[in-house]
Structure formats: C-alpha cells, structure tokens
Design a protein around this ligand. Sequence first.
Ligand code: HEM
Length: 448
Amino acid sequence: MEAAVKAAAPVEVPQGKPIKGLPPGPRMPRALQTAIWSRQAQWMLGQSRARFGDMFTIRIAHEGDWVMLADPDLVKQVFTGDPKIFHAGEGNQILRPILGDNSVLVLDEKPHIGQRRLLLPPFHGERMKGYERTMSEIAAREIDAWPTGAPYKLRPRMQAITLEIIIETVFGVHDRARMDPLRAALRDFLDLTTDPRFLLPVVLAGPERVRRIPAFGRRIDRVDELIHAEIAERRAASGLEQREDILSMLVAAEHEDGSPMSDAEIRDELLTLLVAGHETTATALSWAVERLVRHPEKLERLRSEVLAGEDAYLTATIQETLRLRPVIVLVIRKLTEPVELGGYELPAGARVTPSIYLIHRDPRIYPDPHSFIPERFLDNPPGTYTWIPFGGGVRRCLGAAFAQFEMAVVLRELVARRQLTPARDGSERPFRRAITETPRHDAEVVLS
Ligand code: HEM
C-alpha cells in the first residue's frame, strides 16, 4: 500500500506582517519525531501536510528543525534565493573528511560556484552522447551474465554497472591492470559513505580526527594513492583534447584566473562524483525495474518502443520513476540570515527543506499521484519546480543529464535482452539506506 498523502489542508498564509519564528508542526517530542521519521517518513509527511498545510516544521535529533516545504512557489523561492543566504554545503559537512575540503558538495557561496564552474562543462547534456557506447557495452556485458529462472536481486548488479560506468567515463580508466585495483579500492571507499558503522565515528570523532582512525585512514590512503597515480598519468599524457573522460577534462580545465585545478581539487571532485553518482543512479534503475515488472503492460509498451528505436516512452518511464520513487526525498538549505517565506520570518540558522516527496505526490499537480503512469509525461514535460528529483537552483544535481542518459542506456539494454517478472507478490516498499530510499528487497525479479 502506498503511504496515504491526504489533500493538503488549506494553507493558512498569515495576513499582514510575517510571523517571527518557525511554522507549526507535529507537537510530539523530538525523540519521537526522529523515531517516526526514520521508519515512517512518508506517513509522517503526509499526515503533517494534511494537518498543517504546505509549510510545517518537524524536529529531528542531530539535524535541528526542518521547515518542510510542499508548495512549488515556496520551493521556487528557495531554489532561486541568494546562495549567500541559502547554504547547502553546510549541511554536508559530514562528508568533508571523506570527500575533502574542495568537494563541490561541502562548499558554499564563491568557493562553491568556483568548483561548480569547473565541473559543469563535462556534464553538459550534449556531451553525454559520447558515453553511449561505453555505457551500453558495460550494461550488455553485465546483463548477459545474470542468471535466469530464479529470483535475483538487481540492486547490487545495478551498482556494479554504475561503478563500472564511472570508472570508465569519469576516471577514464579502461585497461584491466589498472581497473581491478581501482575498482576494489573504490568499493571499499564507498562502504565508508554508506555504512552506518563507519558514519558514526565521523560524527563522534569529528571531521578533523576521523582520518586518524585506522580503518578510515587506510581506505582513504589507498584510494588517494591510486587516484593521484591516475592524475599524474593524465597530466603527463598528450592529446588530452581528444579524450572524452571527465578526469582528462578536469586536468585541462582552468579557474577563472587561468590557473589549472590542483591535484587535491581534482581528487576531491572525482570522489564527489563517485559518491554522488554511483548509488543514486543504481537505486533509480532498481526502482524503474521494480515499478515496470509490476505493470507488465507498461513494460511491454516500453519494450516494443525501444525495439522500434523510439525514446519517448523510455524518457517518460524514467521521469515517472523519479517522480514516484525519488531516490532522495528532500534537500536542505541552511539560512545564514532571517528570511521571509510563506508568511513567516524564519530566523538565521533555520533549515528549509523542499520536500521532493510531497511535491511529487501532490494531487493538485499529479492526478492519481500514487500510481505509476509514465504516460503523464508524454505530453507534459516535467516542471522546474514540480518535478525536483535532482533538487534545483545553483545546487541542482550536476549529474542529472548523466544519470538520466545512463538510465536510458541501461534500461534499453535490459528490456531488449531479457523478459522480467517480479520475484514476489506486492510492491517493494522504500527502505532508507544512508540518504537514499531503495527498494526493500533490492528489486528482486526473475529473468528469462
Ligand atoms: C538518479 C540519480 C541521481 C539523483 C536522484 C541525484 C540527486 C541529487 C540531488 C537531490 C542533489 C542535491 C540537489 C540540491 O541540493 O538542490 C544532487 C547533487 C549533486 N549530484 Fe546528483 N543525483 C543523481 C546522480 C548523480 C550523478 C550520476 C552524478 C555525477 C556523476 C551526480 C553528481 C552530483 C553532484 C556533484 C551534486 C552536488 C551539486 C552542488 O552542490 O552544486 N549526481 N544530486
């Protein structure tokens, strides 16, 4: 059963002077709200919106107060707001010891824009076509190795595909002798970012000391060693202009003053792209399969259009998957100054959180919002503030075009090569892993 999202209560926008402080929300103690949030987030969001309208506050331990926004106009004000006031990097400091001080994810304001400027050109939509062949070869090779006739969990396999694609297109490493150790080290490194047993020490020890914990230090050192070797190799190589991988483009990129990126900057951004792009895309692919196998008629339509060389239904399927099962359910901005929003004057330090989940399930925007209907996007392209699986504004996901292109390539290979049926009755419910919402049974299917 889908979590019920009731129609929102009428928004009570206070008239006249804005009210100082946070909007109302559930009155339960913080510990209880945190417990419900960790297990029943969607239910809690639905209930809160029905009761309090499109702007309400929930209180989460270690996170402070989140002012949840479920109205596209409010979301627009946040995404188009002054980046000096709406900080996103501040909320990602937990990643700093792992991703480094230059990571676009942990920075704000000028330093953030500086790094983002360097990363944008390689991720431009048009450039993605150059990766098509590599991506489809990796997907085909992997899919052909999957067993048939028995239940098989696709999420780990999707992770294998997205990791391989990152190694070849982002790191630009293609020969076995270098790929194998790099893959092993990156896998080990990725565990640090998703395993709560490792994240806890980051919180407890604090970013400065965490590298001194042996398990951390060792893994990060190993990854650093291999990445620095790749950077050195690339700096020494000739004909960089002809190379398509993102590392080569970063080696050639220049800051506004004409200076090149340092090794440390390149290292930090490569790992940022890995962490931001690997599990997210694998999860989105898993959800696409999970939804499609439960709608055989839609899967058939997709297959016949793909085989006919058409892309419209494939694109709509990806958009609908990301609407109904967004991998990340909210984004966070911390206010550096008081801000007037929705009739409130929110204090500096408050965190506003555009709710991807609530916007995507709003019946005023999407009729029959809990159903999987790719057709809804065939004639209506997604709206900037009503379809926000990649966030928005100056922090919008840098890999959005990359991820959607990759999803299209992998799904095309999959439906063209295999028949798929669900391995179990009933839809798979979302299950939170670190920050992503994954299918509870890892998108278990039977292939034939
Ligand atoms: C379906 C897959 C993906 C989803 C759902 C996703 C989602 C997101 C979201 C919600 C954000 C935060 C946006 C905000 O705060 O407004 C984000 C940021 C980011 N994503 Fe993705 N992402 C995906 C794939 C990728 C890929 C493949 C890459 C790169 C290879 C990538 C790189 C990044 C980076 C670098 C940022 C930080 C941007 C900044 O702070 O300026 N993502 N992503």
